[in-house]
Write a protein that binds this ligand. Sequence first.
Ligand code: NA7
Length: 518
Amino acid sequence: METVDIVVIGAGFSGLYAIHKLHEKYSLVCFESGDGVGGTWYWNRYPGARVDIKSVEYSYGFDNDLQQDWSWPEYFSAQPDLERYANHVADRFKLRDFIRFSNPVSSLHFDEATNLWHVRTGKGDHVMCRYVIAASGALSAPNTPPWPGMDSFKGPIYHTATWPREGVDFSGQRVGFIGTGSTGIQAMPLIAAQADHLYVFQRTAAYCMPSGNRPMDADFENDWKAHYPERRKELLDSYGVSLIEYPLLSAHEATPEQRAEILETAWNSQNAFQLLFAFSDVMTDPSANDYVAEFVRSKIRGIVKDPATAELLCPKSYPIGGKRLCIGNGYFEMFNRDNVTLVDVKSAPIQAFTETGLRTAAGDFELDAIVTATGFDAATGALTRIDIQGVNKLKITEKWSEGATTYLGSMVAGFPNMFMIHGPMTPAAQAQMITAGEWQVDWTVGIIDAMERDGCTRIDTTEAAEQSWAAEVAMCASQTVHNLADSWYNGRISKGKRADLRSMSAASRGSANCAKMR
Ligand code: NA7
């Protein structure tokens, strides 16, 4: 058995940065389930996978030489470029030696007598450590609904989050596609262009705005390179770690003509998410929100030629921004193709997979391949899939049986010396995750350094602290339209999850409770 100071779980962007920050001062091992680095951008290699935040923002800021040397070929980078960047960082900072690939953590058991965690892995490693940093991802545990008959389907079934490295050729095939969230909207236009026929099984219609992706403009890149340090600081000081400008004008104060002009400008802004910030109250006032929602519905009706299909594609059951706004490239236009059929599985749900396709309440569909883009067991899934036992052998699944509880999204009472990055009730994908991840790693490293300096061996939080954090998070959530939609943001797609909408400004006010145990 080995003993190290720190075990890092996951070699995604936050895990890589944690290794970089810690490996010179502490002995450290990182366990990674994939055979390469990049986390989200290692696994999600489906056609069209692309970040929906500008790459100059969605990149590391910890090393100025890195950000000066690296060039992004497009405004919103595609998966291969993000994976290439993760590999570059791993090589440039010599991080690979600390990572054990294809070696997922299977259990974490805390030993109260020694204040050490016992970490066991899929490959049979057993490591004892003083601290665990779970950089295991907020959107890394794929969700596949337990449809009956999946084993009986004769063709291949793909999940977008575990896409084959060699790619998939859908030429000549009838493809069924389930899931119309951010992922489905990116993947489907490319699959439709290749397949014989694409059947889109839609449960909830999505709001989507054009991505505005384009090749990187040299002046734009040079301007960022000239101002990177101050822009990174500005990002961290902003809501959502984003440089979107927040307007002061309420949608209600604008005249109809002003509203139309502002919304058209936002739609064409080439700034992903700009529609949500067209007015000051889009995300907080349902009636202001409805001006924007109706604008998108009118766009859909204008783009999609068949009126019945257009109507089915119009989201009407929740406010725009309530779920993550999808950023697409030819998604609505795709429904004008002769080889694309929209199937409503809200009114006639999917009942089962059959040998030859899918059965819905309305009938059978003959298919050669099925793609599921059904999202993730968000925020908690990557942790609850590990056998984690804290003080008194309390299992994390028991602790979270009524929903996740954390202090600052970083620690869980009863699970000492274990820190989460992008944990439940942190901003996670409400913020720009690379910069927010760096911030959380820095904060965590600060705690570990302080403990080492002061001779502390154990840090835990309390249930009272968790409750106060939950109240603060709920208070923030209640002021937004996120409360009016079921989504992975608030856990209402998975049983037993609690609202987890979060605010970075609130998170930065707290501090963990360090119990000195000698
Ligand atoms: P999402 O946003 O969770 O979307 C999952 C999609 O799958 C959504 O359209 C779901 O419909 C659909 N779904 C899930 N279960 C079913 C069943 N049983 N039947 C039919 N349809 C179903 O995941 P994504 O991967 O698209 O995006 C996740 C995040 O990654 C995204 O927010 C970005 O931050 C990047 P529903 O809406 O629940 O009715």
